[in-house]
Design a protein around this ligand. Sequence first.
Ligand SMILES: [Zn+2]
Length: 442
Amino acid sequence: MRRRTYLKATSIALGGLVPTGTAVGNGANDRRGDYRPGGPWPGNEQAYNLNAFHSNEELTAQLKKIDRQSDRIALAEIGRSAGRGDPLWEVTVGDGDASVHLINQIHGDEPVGTEVTLELIRELAFGNSRRVERLLDGLSFTIVPRVNPDGAMFEYDIDADGRREWIGRRTNTQAWQSGDSKYEPYYHYAVPDDAPPGYDMNRDFNVALDADAIDDQTASWSRERYYDVEYEGYTLRSSGLMLSPEVRAVAASALRADPDYAITHHHQGRYLYPGSGDGNRPSKQTVMSVMPAYGPAYRNRSPFNDPDAPVEQVVDPFVDAETSERSLQLNVLVEEALAERGNSVFDSVTRYGYYPLWGSYLDTVCPRTGAAGLLYEVTGQTDDRGQQGIGRMVQATTVGFLATFEAMADGSIADVDAEKYWDIPLAGDPLDNPHGVEVPTR
Ligand SMILES: [Zn+2]
């Protein structure tokens, strides 16, 4: 409880920008080390002691309170989660020309984006600074603060003491049943020990953004569990089937927003910042990875450009050159804003090598709406569970959000040199993954 009080009482408000970074966490309870609850769903390496974060109930209460007290925002319930039936909220605020669609915590164990976004909403609802004015005048935000309430609240008895600890998990808690689709899709994970199975919802999107448009009975499946879509002459492998109500709600939200910018926040495991740790320089971790969504204009720059591969396996063929450039500019803004903090911990943004994932939010929303995309992936994992780790993730996310939103709002994004994106290093080696398995992050 102490930690909860701390984080909520300490301003992560945008006015103060960031916590002081001097928080001293009592990490004793956080060192549960390498226990991997249940498995084999991926991503639980990132499981936290979540007491520092808002529960679904608390988030709902906060959003309703803000909505009651501010006439600037509109709050809508756009759906309910599959397992718990908890509300999915959408906040709209601002009346600028540029539309921003922002989603957080589609992976339930990646909570920091939600916390920072709640402060952003509060600031936009009540703030009177010049910055708030600029954001409200320049942008129209459509925000889904927490896409995965089931995963966010997931509890499991990780230390077999007979009590369930609140740890969160990547997937929602929704069983696949025959009749839902021709085959059980690859991104549905069964789990042992009576824990409910669920979907990795960042694989459940479909470029149609419309569940009714999906015909998986006649379509081709590869290796039985992978649904491939034929779309405008391309084969979009491993597409999603929009089987989760959460994804259907987010897709509808994105279509309503018709965004110029589509943004999604994640966590990742720990990676070395390239070039650190050799010679006399100490090693450091990357604080955040960023990822754009770009099209054929940059195919020859892709780190995964197999010249023999179909274009849709290397880049997103539906993202035009101008939108691709804006997407790169967003990434550069984040890198520069963090580097400018003058603290070497933050001067360590890397890029997450891009290739399309046809069931993901980014690679379906961007082509369908013409949005420039940005995926933030803040670094935080088992060893970072303490208060300092959380503070760093909050800081990096806050700085990243503000750098991009302000540049979108005042148009200065157009002045950013997109070429600098290619100077951002790819993430270095992963650090001691305690489970020895590859963790799919984005
Ligand atoms: Zn994620």
